[in-house]
Design a protein around this ligand. Structure first.
Ligand code: 5GP
Length: 175
């Protein structure tokens, strides 16, 4: 029987990836299993039904996987947030701090409207830098409401504390 403990146990830990000292949570071992995929998508979608979500904003690149499934399940559209230089039309850009240096994310300037109710999705919340920049991007459109969802949240890194309290955050799995 599939439950949250089974899903949690399916996530593989990879030591020293992509750098020494980092314990990388590999979600591919969860996503490859059909029954787990069904459970993860249904449980997450159930959390967001009846909120009037019109668009899922998925963060490159692992946020595209469940983000697309959630869009389908919630009858919402899918909008990509991408690394610099990938999106072909005019974009908004938002930079954010990394441990060493900065990074930038982009969205098409016509990707959302002020009528949208947005669910931002990424596979994992670590320090919160990525989702912070994504929220800043989505705010440029003056949307009605923003929700944030992660498949996995690393509670000990306290990324949640960096997210504006106005934005409801919910994750399926916690480490
Ligand atoms: P943050 O900006 O919160 O520090 O890092 C989160 C971003 O980095 C997400 O886009 C996520 O995909 C990626 N990330 C950071 N650490 C991990 C990890 O251990 N596993 C996975 N799957 N992604 C990670």
């Amino acid at each position: 029987k599939i439950n949250l403990d089974v899903v949690q146990a399916s996530i593989r830990n990879i030591p020293d990836f992509p750098k020494p000292g980092i314990q990388f949570k590999d979600v591919t071992t969860a996503f490859k299993q059909p029954e787990l995929m069904q459970f993860i998508v249904k449980e997450t979608a159930n959390h967001y039904r009846d909120l009037g979500i019109t668009r899922i904003v998925g963060v490159e690149s692992r946020g595209f996987i469940l983000g697309t499934a959630l869009a389908y399940e919630l009858n919402a559209g899918f909008v990509p947030v991408r690394k610099p230089g990938k999106l072909p039309a005019e974009t908004y850009k938002q930079s954010y701090e990394l441990e060493y240096g900065t990074d930038t994310l982009e969205m098409h300037t016509d990707a959302l409207s002020s009528e949208d109710v947005v669910l931002i999705h990424d596979d994992l919340l670590a320090t919160g830098g990525t989702v912070g920049a994504t929220i800043d991007l989505v705010r440029k459109f003056g949307v009605k409401k923003i929700f944030v969802n992660f498949f996995v949240e690393l509670d000990f890194l306290k990324g949640r504390e960096k997210i504006d309290e106005q934005v409801p955050v919910w994750s399926l799995i916690h480490f």
